[in-house]
Write a protein that binds this ligand. Sequence first.
Ligand code: SF4
Length: 978
Amino acid sequence: MAAKKTLRSRLSLSERAERVSAARKDVEARGETFYQGASGIHLSAFPPKERWDDWVELDSRAWPRREEHHYMLVPTTCFNCESACGLLAYVDREDMHVRKFEGNPEHPGSRGRNCAKGPSTINQVTDPDRILYPLKRVGERGSGQWERVSWDTALDAIAARLRAAIIEERQNEIMIHIGRPGEDGFTERVLASWGVDGHNSHTNVCSAAGRTGYQFWMGADRPSPDHGNAKVIYLISSHLEAGHYFNPHAQRITEARANGAKLIVLDTRLSNTATHADYWLSPQPGSEAAINLAVARHLIITGQYNREFVRQWWNWEEYLQTCRPELAPTFESFEAELVTLYDEFTFDYAAAESGIDAATLREVAETVAGAGTRFSSHSWRSAAASNLGGWQVTRTLVLLSALLGSIGTEGGLFANSWNKFVPKPIHTPPHPGVWQELSWPMEYPLAQNELSFLLPQFLKDGRGKLDTYFIRVYNPVWTNPDGMSWMEVLSDPAKVGCFVALTPTWNESAYLADYVLPMGHGSERHDTHSYEQYDGQWLGFRQPVLRAARERLGETVTDTREVNPGEVWEENEWWIELSWRIDPDGSLGIRQYHESKATPGTKLSVDEYYGWMFENSVPGLPERAAQEGLTPLQFMRRYGAFEISKGLGAQHAFAVPQEELADVSVSPLGRVYTSTAKPANPNIVPMGAPVPDDQGRRAVGIEVDGVVRRGFPTPSGKLEFYSSTLASWGWPEHALPGYIKSHVHPDAMAPDQLVLLSTFRLPTQIHTRSANSKWLDELAHTNPVWIHPTDANRLGVGQTGDLVRVQTDIGYFVAKAWITEGIRPGVVACSHHMGRWRPTNQDNGQRQMMATVDLAQNGEDWTMHTVQGVEPYASSDPDTQRIWWSDTGVHQNLTFPVHPDPISGMHCWHQAVRVAPARAQDKQGDIAVDTAKARDVYRQWLEMTRPAGQISPDGLRRPTWLMRPLKPHPDTFVLPGT
Ligand code: SF4
C-alpha cells in the first residue's frame, strides 16, 4: 500500500491521464459505463449522475448477506466553512430519511471531494441537542428559562418592533450580525429593502487584514490563486489543513506538488501544511512582511522581475509624479528608484527580524525567482490577522506576484472578482439612506469591514443603542475577543432592546437572547454562492434536500418547514415573511421587494426567487438545462452547481470593446472614463465597484501603450504599488508595500513575555458549529497550549499535560501544556474552536462538547470555572452513551482585549502573555477577566487612529471605491457638518 502511494505521488498529470484512459478502456471492455465527472478527472468512485434517482448500495452491516438500499441522491452545499463544497445527500427511498452525505462530483470547485466536516453534516442533522422549535425567554435575560412559541408569535412581535423603529426613523437601531454568510447578498438585500444600514459581519476578526492587502493593490479583496498549475506556491496560511477555501485549494495544491511544484510555507507553528512544505519557515510572529520584502528586494536587485509587466501594469508613473517629481518621469527612473526603496531589507535584516537564517531566505528567494509567471500565493488569516499592520503582510506578498508578472497567468494569481459570479436577483432595492456609525465609525475610514468586535465598547461609550439585534450563524460572546464585554451589553436591555438568535444550535450568545429561532443546517436551507477557487466561474446551489427529493417524486412543497425536522425553518422564507409583516399593506415601500413578479400582490416564493435568477442571470444555464429537458431551477436542484466559464485569463489586459468607448475622457495618467451606464457584458468583467472621476463619470479602462484595456478596479486602473488612497487619507508613510513592526515585536514586549498565537484552528472543527458533530468531536475536542521544550524548561513546566496559567493584559486562562518542537521558542500557541461552555443555569446545550461552568460576575471582574466536563448521556443517539472524553479545552478568547488595527480595522489577534505553571487552586478551563482593563486597552488602540473628520481629503467618511457589503446611498458618505 505504501509503495503504491509513493508511485501515485510521482505520477505526472499526463501519466495519470494515460492511466485514466486505460481505466476507461477496461471499464468499457466489461460493458460498463465509465463515469467521468465534471472535473474531468476519473471519478469512478462516485455514482454516475444518470443513476442519482435510484442508486443502490449494499448494507455493510448486513454482510455477508447482500442487502440492498435504494437511494435518491440530492445535491446541496456544505455549510461548514466558506469553501461551499458540493455534497450529495443519500436519501433512503424507503423512508425518505437522509442516511449520509458524500461529495458531489458535479461540483466544479470541490470535484467530489470533501474534508471531514462535509460528511459530518449528517451529525448536525441528527444531533439530539439541536433546537427544533422557536423559543422565547420567560425569565431574566440569561436565566435559562424558555417557552416554546409559534413562529407567528415570534414573527409578529419582532416585526412590530422593526416597523416602529423604521417609522420612527430609528433605522440605526436595527442590526443583523452575520457569522458564516454562506450566501451572496440575500441578507444585505433584505436590509436594503428595509432602508437599514444594519449589516454587520465577523470579517474584522477573520480576514479583513488579508483582504486589505489585496484591496489596495488590485481593487479586489481576495485572490484567486491558480495553485493547480503553479510551479512555486507560497503560503502564509495553512491551506492544506484549514485555510481559505480549504479543500478546493488543498486538492489543487496537492496536484501541483504531484506535478513537481515547490511549496513554501510561512507558519510559526508546524501546521499540517508546513509538514508538506519544501521550505517551512517558522518566523518570529509579525516578521513575515520583512521576509517578503527581502525576497522582493532580491528579485529587484538581481533583475529577476518581469520588467515589461511592471512597466505596463504598475502605477509607477503616479508614484513618480506624486512622490519623486524631481525625477525624470520614465520607467528607467522608477527602476532605479525601486532598487533603493527596499535597500534596508537585506537577507541579514530579514534574518534578524524573523530568526530564519539568511542563507535559507536567499534559497527561498531564488526558488521564487524560478517560478516566473507560475507563482501562486495566498495570505489570509494567519499573520495578516494577527499583527498590528498585518495587512502589509499581504501587500508585500502581492508585491512578489506583481514583480514576477504572475497575475492573470496560468499558475499565477487572479482577482477574486474575475472568478466569482454573483447573479442578479429578482429585486434590487435601493441603497439605504442612513449610515451606521456603530459599524462604520469615523475613526476607521479605511477599515475593510465593519468594526464588529468594537460594538460592546461603542455601546458602552453611549454612541448608540440597538432596538433589535439579530445574530445569524454567529456567536459573538464566544467568537470575539473580550467576550465578557459582549455579555455585559447583551445582558443590558437599555443597550440591546431585543436580541434575536437565528441559529440551528445552542451557543454561548443565544443563552442571552430574547428569541431563539431554529434555522436549518446546510441540507435544510436555500442559498447561492460562488467562490474563486481556480480560473473559472461557478455557481453553487444549497437546497433543502428533502424538499428537492419530494419534488422529484412529484410532490409540491411550498414551505421548507414541511420537510425540515421539528419546526426548523430556513432564512430565505423567514426574511420574506418577516418583511411582509413589517409592511403588511406595502405602504412603507418594503413589501414590493418581497413580492412575486409572476403574481403581483402575492408573496415571493423561493422557487420563483431562484427560478428567476437561474433563468435570467446565469449565462449558459438555461441552454444547458434545456439540453436535458429541464428548467434552470430543475437543473440546479438536480445537480447543485453549474460551471459558467473557465480559462478566463488575464481580464485586466482585455481590450475594452469599441462600443463601450463612446463619450470617453482620458486622464493625464491614462485612466479612461465614460458617461455611459455600464459595461456591455458585466458577466465578462465582473469587477468591483467602478471608480468614478470627480464628475461622477465611470472608469471604463486604462490606456496602456495606446490601447484601452480593462485594467484593475483601483483609482488608477493599474496595480497600485503606490496607494494614493492611503497617502491622501492620512497614512502616506504606508502608501507603499512595507513593514510595520507588530505590537508583539520583541522591541514592544517585556523580557518575560511570550507571543501567544491563537489564530489557528484544527481542520476538524467549525468555529461554533461543530460541538454537535460527534465524529468531529471525537477527532478533536481540546486545545492544549503548545510550548517549546526550551521554554517549558525555563518556565518550570514539567511535562505535557501539566496545567499552565496564561496571563494576558486583561486576565488569564488555565490550560494543559503540550511540550513540542512544533512551535518556535518564545512563542506559545493555542487553537481556537475549543472551550465551549454553558452556564449551570442553562439546561440546553451541545452536551457532546460543552463543559458546564460556574460563571460569576463581581462588578467588572468575571470568573469562570468548569463544574462538569463532558460525559456520556442518554439521548436518541446511542453514541452519546459512548463519549469517552471529558476535557473540551479552554475558551481563551475571553481573556483577549480588542486590538483594532488603525488602518484595516482588523482585530490583531496575537497577545503578549506571561506563562507560568498553574497555581494550586487552578483548574483546566479556568478564566478570569477584568472588563475595566479591557476598556483601557480599547482606548489605547483607539488613540492610534486618524479619524475621517480630521484627515478626509474630500469631506467624505470613507473613500467611495472601497468595498462595503451593503453600501448606503452616496449622500450618506458626506461627513456631518460638511
Ligand atoms: S472544505 Fe470541508 S467544511 Fe469546507 S465546505 Fe468543503 S467539505 Fe465543507
